[in-house]
Design a protein around this ligand. Structure first.
Ligand code: AOF
Ligand code: ZN
Length: 351
């Protein structure tokens, strides 16, 4: 039976993904009503937008009352609280479901197991943690947001085999190949914001936009606490994209630029979350990368590795005298992908 549930959970995850970019800071959720006897799907639904009905409500509405004795599959534990909408667990009980298949527990402190408890107490059979890893991956941003009230932060870097991001003369163009670079564009479009430091802007004058048709460019967060930049750099161009400058001077910013003061990264990220920034991709140089890694503010790394060795130059991270083999940054769930002669290494930071 678990194989069928896994297949249906996979479908739930794809349904849930339709809500990406519209539900935040809520999770992406999909639901399927299934007839075990007939082995067929009766209806599907997903959470379509923030404040809108939950996935279960949508799927149940689409059954037109055919729910008695049926099974419902959801990638997130049905909620038990009154939020913008009433508890889904109550609706499931009232609808006469026999079984509920759940992908993962809702980390929201208002729910956290209470939905499942409610269902079980009503005599409903519950299967938990079906494809849990995939469900957690789908909602990694929501999990970070709800537990820490901070954005999910992914660091992307492109290095040589010896982990350099520039050569001795600070040249960093064309470290990785074209395929890797188009993957970076895709990655950028899947994050709400992109963050870089003044060093990178002075060196490369990047645009930090997404050059894929019909894809929105992310919010630009510019880390310049010591006011080294001026507003002529490409990143400040008024192209309709939100720009947030982290700067401690009292300079007057153009009207398209918001300003935040910097004291430490923990409060910076809390402030960004308060300003509705839920996920950030960091594309920066050694300085900002190192500070963020040292402060353990990074959740995930994507390191593109090229088929070159510089032998000298700047590494993507350099935290002198801080870490050693007994106290180092460790990653889990490591993955690798190949782009011709380049590789992409991906992993999550163990906190
Ligand atoms: C579900 N199914 O489809 C979603 C859930 O403000 P509300 O009422 O929309 O509640 C938001 C919270 O409900 C959210 O933080 C998460 O815990 C849960 N989201 N739960 O059963 C859904 N989107
Ligand atoms: Zn709900």
């Amino acid at each position: 039976m678990n194989k069928i549930y896994e297949k249906l959970m996979r479908k739930c995850i794809s349904l849930a993904k339709h809500g990406k970019g519209k539900v935040e800071p809520n999770p992406c959720v999909g639901a399927i009503v299934y007839d075990e006897k007939k082995e067929e799907i009766i209806s599907t639904g997903y959470h379509k937008g923030f404040g809108k009905p939950h996935a279960e409500v949508e799927a149940i509405k689409n059954t037109k009352g055919n729910t008695k004795g049926k099974t419902i599959i959801v990638n997130l534990e049905p909620c038990s609280h009154f939020g913008k909408t009433p508890p889904c667990a109550d609706l499931i009980i009232k609808s006469g479901f026999k079984k509920v298949i759940v992908g993962m527990i809702d980390p929201n402190p208002l729910v956290q197991g209470k939905g499942i408890k409610k269902l079980k107490e009503a005599g409903i059979e519950v299967a938990e943690n079906i494809l849990e890893k995939d469900c957690r991956e789908l909602n990694k941003v929501f999990i970070k947001n709800i537990l820490y009230k901070k954005p999910y932060v992914m660091l992307k870097t492109a290095t040589t085999l010896d982990s350099k991001i520039t050569d001795e003369n600070q040249n960093s163009k064309w470290i990785t190949n074209e395929l890797s670079r188009s993957c970076v564009q895709k990655l950028r479009s899947s994050y709400q914001a992109i963050m870089t430091g003044s060093g990178t802007i002075i060196k490369d004058n990047p645009q930090m936009n997404v050059r894929i048709k019909n894809k929105k460019s992310p919010v630009r967060i510019i880390f310049d606490p010591h006011n080294k930049l001026n507003f002529n750099y490409n990143v400040f161009k008024n192209d309709g994209v939100r720009i947030i400058l982290v700067n401690n001077s009292n300079i007057k910013t153009p009207e398209n630029v918001e300003k935040i003061e910097f004291s430490n990264f923990d409060s910076l990220f809390r402030e960004l979350y308060k300003r509705n920034i839920f996920s950030i991709m960091v594309e920066a140089g050694t300085g900002l990368n190192s500070m963020l890694l040292k402060e353990r503010e990074i959740d995930e790394i994507n390191q593109f590795i090229s088929n070159k060795i510089f032998g000298s130059g700047k590494p993507f991270v350099d935290i002198q005298n801080k870490f050693n083999i007994d106290y180092c940054i460790e990653l889990k769930d490591m993955k690798i992908e190949q782009f011709e002669d380049n590789f992409l290494i991906n992993g999550k930071i163990i906190k």
